[in-house]
Write a protein that binds this ligand. Structure first.
Ligand code: ZN
Length: 121
């Protein structure tokens, strides 16, 4: 670890992003469609598969300034997803690297699924 990275870690308690592998890219969880990014979620309550569109320009936030320390991602999103079967809200917090690959996710009442597992219902 470089001198500066070491200082950064002492100050923030975090490894600097870029040098860090705490969040490893998980390809296959998203579909990048230019201005939008699709994620695929399974409801833990009823098993419904839900396709979710995220707008890169508004919903997905860049981590800069004070946000930088909030997570390992270059970008992140917080979204409440509601399916059409049981209407139980799914709370997703997802961290992306600079290529919009998922590197970390926390999903309450559900989980992210690879787009290959997604079944239109
Ligand atoms: Zn459900």
């Amino acid at each position: 670890m470089s001198f500066l990275a070491n200082i950064w870690q002492k100050i923030t308690g975090q490894k600097p992003s870029g040098a860090s592998h705490q969040g490893k890219a998980q390809p296959g969880l998203t579909r990048d469609a230019g201005q939008t990014l699709w994620i695929f979620v399974e409801c833990a309550n009823c098993g419904e598969h839900i396709k979710v569109m995220l707008r890169k320009t508004s919903e997905i936030q860049r981590r800069d300034g004070v946000e930088r320390e909030g997570g390992p991602g270059e970008f992140y999103v917080r979204k409440t997803i509601i399916g059409s079967k049981c209407y139980k809200p799914i709370e997703a917090e997802i961290e992306f690297d600079r290529r919009y690959q998922v590197i970390e996710s926390h999903v309450i009442n559900g989980r992210l699924i690879p787009r290959s597992e997604y079944k239109e219902q």
